[in-house]
Design a protein. Structure first.
Length: 382
């Protein structure tokens, strides 16, 4: 068993060896620009991007023309939200989202508020769920966009996207879904769920960092966006800039693998998560934050009552875990997700997120349990 033991897969994942193998030629002998259409090197790169685009489209059940490659989910969210605002604000100035969304959504909402948008931030209950009746009541004839994530990155809670989309479309609004954490762990089908805009990021599914995608529905309804970037008209004018061909190739391959191995991975990981969770709860003064059901199989957000999470993690040098989203790990404040769920500051600051992955082993979980037990003993002595 290698150390440190990595249990922060929701922050990022290692690149699968099969993904890296597919990518490597596009750094060297197949290095062409996918926009160079006058010679063979460009054609090879263009075909590689086309194949990857088909892989992404198949993974979420859409047409390849509906996929726009980006640098990741944060860019995709910005393109979706700011793009909708610029095109549709003559129809309305209202956006609805949830207090537990990723900061990429919440911070973009704040930026749009500075430009005149009115934003409703829906509260959640103790499990992190929104009230669907409250969602319906919040949507007005001025609402142009509703943004709800598929699965929460800190607690793993899965929102009922199909029910949400039915409410949103009944009110003639658009639905944006951040599926960054859901992809590769549960099925993500934009047709079945009725999603209009959806973002993905390769580095959460054992692909490379720095590449992602935005799904933009082309019919029923057709969604139109104003681009963030101009210059060259790449990605049908929605995202100019030379395409990251090796990254895109890796992204496509990662989703191929994820689709093939989704259920077997989920079953094995779920058993390890249950083992970890149950044995830690048995120690006493440890409980799960959020829902037990309707959550991703790899996430366990645990509160260690009476212990500061940062102090606990300091005692675990051979263990990689987190207190929340990697994007906010430098902020010395309680998790906004846990706070929105009603946890007191001392409870939120006593909480640790464990996120397992396909390379997590039984021996690693055994080591983790022993390391945490010893750390808790040490903290009590201190």
């Amino acid at each position: 068993m290698n150390k440190p033991v990595y249990l922060d897969y929701n922050a990022t994942t290692p690149v699968d060896a099969r993904v890296l193998e597919r990518m490597l030629p596009y750094f060297t002998e197949k290095f062409g620009n996918a926009a160079s259409r006058t010679h063979r090197m460009g054609w090879v790169a263009e075909q590689a991007v086309k194949t990857a685009r088909e892989n992404v489209a198949k993974f979420i059940n859409c047409s390849e023309q509906e996929i726009v490659f980006t640098s990741g989910s944060t860019e995709a969210i910005n393109l979706a939200m700011k793009g909708v605002w610029e095109i549709y604000r003559s129809k309305g100035d209202h956006i609805v989202t949830v207090q537990t969304e990723h900061k990429a959504v919440l911070d973009t909402c704040k930026e749009l508020e500075s430009k005149g948008a009115k934003v409703t931030y829906l509260p959640v209950d103790r499990e992190g769920r929104i009230d669907l009746n409250e969602l319906e009541a919040s949507i007005t004839d001025k609402t142009i966009l509703v943004a709800v994530m598929f699965a929460n990155n800190e607690t793993g809670l899965i929102h009922p996207m199909k029910k949400i989309s039915e409410i949103v479309h009944e009110k003639a609004s658009l639905l944006l879904c951040d599926a960054t954490q859901a992809a590769g762990k549960i099925p993500v089908d934009v047709q079945e769920e009725g999603i209009d805009l959806l973002c993905l990021s390769a580095h959460k599914v054992y692909g490379p960092k720095g590449v992602g995608a935005l799904y933009v529905r082309r019919k029923d309804p057709r969604v139109t966006l104003h681009p963030l970037l101009h210059g060259g008209g790449h990605e049908r004018g929605l995202r100019s800039g030379t395409l990251n061909v090796p990254g895109i190739v890796g992204f496509g391959r990662a989703l191929e693998i994820a689709e093939e191995e989704l259920w077997s991975d989920a079953e094995r990981i779920s058993k390890l998560r249950t083992l970890l969770e149950q044995q830690l709860i048995e120690l006493g003064n440890v409980y799960v934050n959020g829902a037990i059901r309707d959550r991703l199989s790899n996430v366990s957000n645990l509160c260690f009552m009476g212990i500061k999470a940062d102090g606990l993690i300091t005692k675990l040098p051979d263990l990689c875990v987190s207190t929340g989203s990697a994007c906010t790990s430098a902020i010395p404040e309680p998790s906004h997700v846990l706070s929105a769920m009603g946890l007191k500051p001392e409870q939120a600051l006593a909480s640790v997120r464990f996120s397992l992955g396909k390379y997590t082993t039984f021996d690693e979980i055994t080591f983790t349990l022993e390391a945490i037990k010893n750390a808790l003993i040490s903290l009590k002595k201190d």
